[in-house]
Design a protein around this ligand. Structure first.
Ligand code: C5P
Length: 232
């Protein structure tokens, strides 16, 4: 494979709540690479579709909306690309549970996925990029120089999410979070189009019993090997 302009592509896939974003952002910071959490693109469309009162199974209406929006991806002060539509940068409004649920529903649709995939390729093709999602190593960048499947048990992920919410002063039920996580995993891994799965040549990293910082160090080790191998 020919060398990319800015470095390698690191694809991180895995289920909901496993810490792909936190870990991916930290890895990108250490490598001085860009970072994109691709779920934000799907979430942005779901948020807009909910606002417009669209049926989340109506592929034509969703594609019509997606095509009309002015999508923006700009780097903020850190490595992360901020997603904006029609000039509005989306942050807190797209992270609610209701948007998450709607997102998983529209992310099943083939044409929506193809639309997002094109934008993601455009953002990362020159390399020097860490990208996280559900299908980055299998579909968006099957030629990524490093593919990681980051996993953790549903119980560990629910426990972490509960702690995160309580640190923000928010109350939630462990059982409800766990149920939500299990449902989202099923939806994402059982869909027909680009389901969540480990790339055949990907590295499986179970983070159930390690900290985020340890996961970052593990991935950085793999990155150094991949960068050397790619001659970057
Ligand atoms: O990662 P995040 O929780 O923000 O993703 C929200 C939803 O977007 C996921 O549950 C999944 O259905 C969808 N998604 C996807 N493919 C990606 C990223 C996210 O299907 N590459």
């Amino acid at each position: 494979m020919s060398k990319r302009k800015n470095g390698i592509i690191v694809a991180i896939d895995g289920p909901a709540g496993v810490g792909k974003s936190t870990v991916g952002r930290m890895v990108a910071e250490r490598l001085n690479y860009g970072f994109l959490s691709t779920g934000k693109m799907y979430r942005a469309l779901a948020w807009k579709a909910l606002q417009a009162g669209l049926d989340l199974a109506d592929e034509d209406a969703l594609m019509n909306l997606a095509g009309k929006l002015k999508w923006g991806f700009t780097r903020g002060s850190g490595p992360e690309l901020l997603v904006s539509i029609d000039g509005r940068t989306l942050i807190g409004e797209i992270t609610t549970e209701s948007v998450g649920k709607a997102t998983s529903a529209l992310a099943r649709l083939g044409s929506v996925r193809a639309f997002m995939c094109d934008m993601q390729r455009g953002a990362g093709i020159e390399g020097g990029f860490v990208m996280e999602g559900r299908d980055i190593g299998t579909n968006v960048f099957p030629d990524a120089e490093l593919k990681i499947y980051l996993d953790a048990s549903p119980e560990a992920r629910a426990g972490r999410r509960l702690r995160q919410l309580s640190e923000q002063g928010l109350r939630a039920e462990y059982a409800q979070i766990l149920e939500f996580i299990v449902k989202r995993d099923a939806q994402d891994s059982q869909r027909k189009n680009n389901p969540l799965k480990k790339a055949e040549d990907g590295v499986y990293l179970d983070s159930t019993n390690i900290t985020r910082a340890q996961a970052v160090e593990e991935i950085l080790k793999l990155c150094r090997g991949a960068i050397e191998k790619a001659g970057q």
